[in-house]
Every structure is written in structure tokens, then in C-alpha cells.
Design a protein around this ligand. Structure first.
Ligand SMILES: Nc1ncnc2c1ncn2[C@@H]1O[C@H](COP(=O)(O)OP(=O)(O)OP(=O)(O)O)[C@@H](O)[C@H]1O
Ligand SMILES: [Mg+2]
Length: 238
């Protein structure tokens, strides 16, 4: 790429249709440990994609870079803004005492009227079927409901892209499938895009495409069922 051009101009041929563009990212910790080495992927708008890979392969690191929480040493990346990030453990991101207050909290920087905030909160909670829980204390929610509140926060902020880092890791199998189905529905209904990290191969049944990260780079991508078979066959453990 021509490094004299601003990044959005360099990537402009691809970002018209893209939600995320990652090109040749290199990331290492101050210790010198290399995590991402030539990592590249593109997510089209409207796609629900999953990111697979062994423990320590760099999945969370990549999501943190896309969310602006870490800065790589080299490479180009672009993502539609604002980014919605959903953590593995919702207790790490829900900060207010009730469902409605927590979703509204994400809007404080937007200088909206009270009526507009209430509208956004109600719309977001409706989207994830939790409107009846608007006044419920966060502590009185199940793990799956907490994850949905975290997602509602991103919906209320009108985030076009959701980054979800093992959102089902703490859920039982029924809640896990409920959540993945609901996120798929949300992505398709609202024409969002989502990059979902998982170790649970059953979840691949719900995505459009998948990426396999190994040794800091995407070594395979495409049909989720093919990747599922590849991982089940043990050519790579996940
Ligand atoms: N804050 C940190 N400081 C130093 N090294 C870290 C830090 N966080 C993660 N690492 C290391 O970076 C590498 C990549 O970690 P990362 O969390 O991205 O992996 P992952 O693919 O998300 O793994 P998992 O499937 O276990 O969540 C690992 O070797 C990890 O030990
Ligand atoms: Mg991780």
C-alpha cells in the first residue's frame, strides 16, 4: 500500500463494502513475544463471522486491536465505527445497577435528549427481547441475559459492528445456542456485522464464514462446515 496516503484512502477500494479490513498486522508484547504475525482478514458488511484458534493464538489480541485497546507495531486495519465490544465475562463490562441504566450509560457521551436516550434504550432492549427487564437489577440476571444487556449497549450506541470475545464461554448449552441464534438474527435483521470468537464448534452452524488463526495469522477461512470438519478431524485443535 502507498503509505503516503491516509489509511481510509489506501483501503478505499475495499472498505466500501467492508465492515473490517485487517492487513498484515504484527503485534508483539513488550517482552518481545510475537502474537500476530502477518494477520489479514476482511469481513463484509452484513456478515456474521467466527474466529477460531487454539488458546494463545491471538484471537483476543486481534479483537482488542480492532476495538482500539491495543496498538500493533505494523500493518493496516480499518473498522466501521463505533465498535461494539462484548467481553467473555459480562461482569467485566456491566457497570450500572439496573438493565436500563446500564444500556443508557453507554450513551452519556452522545449529548442526546432524555427522550432520545429512553427511545434508544427501549429499542435496544426490544431488539434482544429484554424490554420487560428494563428495571431489573443486573445481579438478578442470568449469564445469558447479562450478555444480551451488553449487546443491547452496543445496539443503543448504533454500533454497526459487534466484536464478541467468547460470549458463550460461561453459558450452559441451551443459553449458548439461544445467544448465538439471537445475535445471528440481530445481525441479519439490522444489517450489522459481527466477529465472534469461539472454541465451541457447534456455534459454527450459525455463522456465514469462519477464520482459523494459527501462529498469529489466518491460515484458513471460508465455509464454516468445512472448518468444523477440519477441526474435528484434529488437523488443528481448537
Ligand atoms: N496483557 C498481556 N501481557 C503479556 N502477554 C499477554 C497479555 N495478554 C495476553 N498475552 C499473551 O498473548 C498471547 C495471545 O493471547 P490472546 O489472549 O490473544 O489469545 P487467545 O487466542 O484469545 O487465547 P484464548 O483462546 O485462551 O482466549 C498469549 O500467549 C498470551 O499469554
Ligand atoms: Mg481469548
Amino acid at each position: 500500500m502507498d503509505s503516503d496516503l491516509p489509511l481510509d484512502r489506501q483501503l478505499s477500494p475495499v472498505i466500501d463494502q467492508a465492515a473490517i479490513v485487517v492487513r498484515d498486522l504484527e503485534f508483539r508484547w513488550p517482552s518481545g513475544q510475537a502474537v500476530l504475525q502477518g494477520c489479514s482478514l476482511t469481513l463484509q458488511r452484513g456478515e456474521f463471522c467466527m474466529l477460531l484458534g487454539n488458546n494463545g493464538s491471538g484471537k483476543s489480541t486481534l479483537l482488542k486491536i480492532l476495538a482500539g485497546l491495543l496498538t500493533p507495531q505494523q500493518g493496516d486495519w480499518w473498522i466501521q465505527q463505533p465498535v461494539g465490544f462484548v467481553f467473555q465475562n459480562p461482569d467485566h463490562q456491566l457497570v450500572m445497577p439496573t438493565v436500563g441504566a446500564d444500556v443508557a450509560f453507554g450513551l452519556v457521551m452522545e449529548q442526546l435528549s432524555l427522550a432520545a436516550i429512553q427511545e434508544r434504550v427501549r429499542d435496544a432492549l426490544t431488539a434482544i427481547n429484554l424490554l420487560d427487564y428494563i428495571g431489573r437489577p443486573i445481579y438478578a440476571l442470568s449469564g445469558g441475559q447479562k450478555q444480551r444487556v451488553a449487546i443491547a449497549g452496543a445496539i443503543a450506541r448504533h454500533c454497526p459492528v459487534l466484536l464478541l470475545d467468547e460470549p458463550t464461554a460461561l453459558l450452559d448449552p441451551d443459553s449458548q445456542i439461544d445467544l448465538v441464534q439471537q445475535v445471528r438474527h440481530l445481525v441479519k435483521e439490522r444489517h450489522l456485522s459481527a466477529l465472534w470468537v469461539t472454541h465451541r464448534l457447534v456455534e459454527l452452524d450459525y455463522c456465514d464464514r469462519a477464520f482459523l488463526l494459527e501462529a498469529g495469522r489466518v491460515v484458513d477461512s471460508g465455509d464454516p462446515q468445512r472448518l468444523k470438519l477440519r477441526l474435528q478431524a484434529g488437523s488443528s485443535t481448537c
